[in-house]
Design a protein around this ligand. Structure first.
Ligand code: SAM
Length: 253
């Protein structure tokens, strides 16, 4: 089975031979491909909605994997027992939903060694949750597919996670820049993605800045006094982001 580049990157992050749960599995493509390729040993495909749940059951049955993949209907992590899986993947949802699934199911994370998370938006919310909960952000990937840019965050449970994360999120100087990469910026941009930024990283941030500029021009149309202050705040914010990105571009090898 050929996965999309996004799902393949997530699959590559699984611990070899693991038992994993794919929460919000939809078509169950990821568990099916992971088992067929030998990357994982067994899986739980969790789905809260009836249509995707039925699609997942069909896909697993057609692939002859009923003994390896358990398709379960339920909300978030309620479909797994503590200690049942070593890895959890949650992909293709907003960051706020991913955080809410993890927070509500925190008791089910016992025995889980790795989380592979792909928020469609709100990546900073996911990074902040991982940091607060002492999950070490061991890898970050960014890729473009079908005109969309995706970030994939891999986090590991480690005794020294707090120490490692402290180093990872330490404030950084950008050569020739009056701005610094502080923790807030690193949560937004990704501490690893911003270490050796690829072109797609700059494409993403160009697009984010364009969105901010559109919001600013909307605010500029308002006659309210409060809007002037907001517009000025946004202007400064946009200028700072532009400087950060320009310096990061220049610092590229
Ligand atoms: N994970 C697949 C992927 O990345 O291609 C499917 C992504 S699809 C856009 C999101 C799926 O998550 C939908 O099938 C939806 O029904 C499911 N979902 C949303 N909230 C959920 C929750 N709280 N628990 C389980 N599944 C959920």
């Amino acid at each position: 089975m050929k996965l999309s580049a996004r799902l393949q990157q997530i699959c590559d992050q699984l611990l070899p031979g693991c038992r994993f749960a794919d929460i919000g599995s939809d078509h169950a493509m990821l568990p099916v491909a992971a088992i067929l390729s030998g990357q994982a040993d067994s899986a739980v495909a969790g789905e809260v909605n009836e249509g995707p749940f039925e699609a997942a059951k069909r896909q697993v049955a057609q692939s002859g994997l009923n003994s390896k993949i358990s398709v379960r209907k339920g909300n978030g992590l309620e479909v797994i027992e503590p200690g049942e899986v070593e890895v959890i993947t949650i992909a293709g949802m907003g960051g706020a939903l991913i955080v809410s699934i993890l927070s509500q199911g925190v008791a089910k994370l016992d025995g889980v060694r790795r989380l592979v998370l792909q928020p469609n938006v709100g990546e900073d919310l996911v990074r902040r949750w991982l940091l607060d909960q002492n999950w070490y952000l061991s890898a970050e990937h960014i890729l473009e597919e079908d005109g969309k840019i995706y970030e994939i965050l891999t986090a590991d449970r480690r005794d020294d996670a707090a120490l490692l994360n402290r180093e990872l999120y330490q404030e950084r100087i950008i050569p020739g820049c009056s701005q610094v990469l502080n923790q807030e910026r690193l949560l937004l941009m990704g501490p690893r993605l911003s270490e050796s930024p690829a072109q797609v990283f700059f494409d993403k941030w160009d697009s984010e800045i364009s969105k901010l500029m559109k919001v600013r021009s909307q605010i500029a149309k308002s006659d309210l006094e409060a809007s002037r202050a907001k517009e000025e705040e946004m202007r400064a914010q946009i200028e700072a982001w532009k400087e950060v990105l320009s310096c990061m571009q220049k610092a590229r090898p």
